[in-house]
Design a protein around this ligand. Structure first.
Ligand code: 8YV
Length: 332
């Protein structure tokens, strides 16, 4: 039997690439390039699997071009780049990389939170410019201890952020579609309804996935409900926040500032009004961007791909119903 053919359009280290090459024929595609424009029709028709980043979009028309596709292994925990109903309807297994990045994303969330509360970006510029000698130290900033951190979303990442906040003696409140009674019982966070979450938080951190229901779900109404001294943090997905409304809220002083690792358009153009606002700390979608975490993510993504192609249940499946049908037909 011929080897499965797989597209690699994610950064795969040499040792893992060898593992794939031992069992599959590899077709390399530069990360983020349009698959349908890069590959010929015949090549597309013979692909069994793909390992990709969130920059590869899978809508109906893309799936239609891959009639043999059995697995999309996403090098990410988020899978908003994949039309899930379309994948499931075509029996394509979708895998992701949960858990291994929780700590790194929580750390970046806290890094931005402290940067904002202590005005560290401005502090750095103040020292570099020599203003310290002339004007003295910059204005006083604010404590984070004793303040309230509100988490919109209490999945795995939200939970690690909550635990981290406890080490800073913060009060943690959360809102989630389903209550996390385990986290509540462990004393990690108190539940609030959505309106109370926005009204009470000194820092409001977004940890929900992007889908049609959550797109722009944090907007003008939510900012108006927040304290004028409060900060927004987003390490989830840019389009969850209505960016135009956020820019307005920052300009008008409706809220005090924002820490953003994700934006509506990535890479963020330097011409964005966000780049002009001193109350904003910006990062380049690097929540999971540490050597250790990215290695753990790609280890898992490659394992997911190879398992799916050898009919072994992958560790992290987004649409287990596809696996159930597949294993039924294997065992029949
Ligand atoms: C990206 C992410 O995967 O995991 C996610 O959902 O958004 C990130 O960790 C990362 O940029 C690698 O592509």
């Amino acid at each position: 039997m011929s080897q499965p053919r797989v597209i690699i359009t994610a950064p795969v280290p040499a040792d893992l690439r060898e593992q794939i090459a031992a069992r599959c024929e590899i077709i390399d595609v530069p990360t983020g390039s349009n698959l349908l424009e890069t590959l010929g029709k015949e090549q597309l028709a013979n692909i069994d699997g793909i390992i990709c980043t969130v920059r590869s979009k899978f809508d109906e028309s893309v799936f239609d071009a891959f009639p043999r596709l059995r697995v999309v292994s996403n090098f990410a925990v988020g899978y908003d780049n994949v039309n899930m109903p379309a994948a499931t309807a075509r029996n394509v297994l979708v895998c992701n990389t949960p858990k291994v990045l929780d700590g790194a994303v929580a750390d970046l969330t806290f890094g931005m939170l402290i940067c904002l509360a202590r005005n560290m970006v401005n502090g750095d510029a103040h020292v570099r410019s020599g203003a310290w000698a002339g004007k003295g130290a910059p204005a006083l900033t604010h404590d984070i201890r004793g303040k309230t951190l509100g988490l919109l979303g209490m999945g795995r990442i939200g939970r690690v952020v909550a635990e981290t906040a406890k080490a800073f003696n913060m009060k943690v409140i959360y809102h989630n579609r389903t209550r996390n009674t385990e986290a509540e019982a462990a004393g990690v966070a108190e539940y609030r309804d959505r309106d109370a979450l926005f009204a009470e938080s000194d820092f409001l951190s977004v940890h929900i996935p992007l889908n049609p229901e959550t797109r722009h779900s944090v907007g003008a109404k939510e900012f108006a409900a927040m304290k004028p001294t409060a900060y927004l943090l987003n390490t989830a997905r840019g389009p969850v926040v209505d960016e135009a409304a956020l820019i307005e809220a920052l300009k008008n002083g409706t809220i005090a500032g924002a820490g953003l690792d994700v934006m509506e358009q990535e890479p963020l153009p330097a011409s964005s009004p966000l780049c002009e606002l001193p109350s904003v700390v910006l990062q380049a979608h690097v929540g999971s961007g540490t050597v250790e975490t990215r290695r753990a993510m790609i280890d898992l993504a490659v394992r997911n791909l190879l398992d799916a192609l050898s009919n072994t249940r992958p560790q992290a499946i987004v649409n287990p119903e596809v696996w159930a049908t597949r294993s039924e037909s294997i065992n029949a």
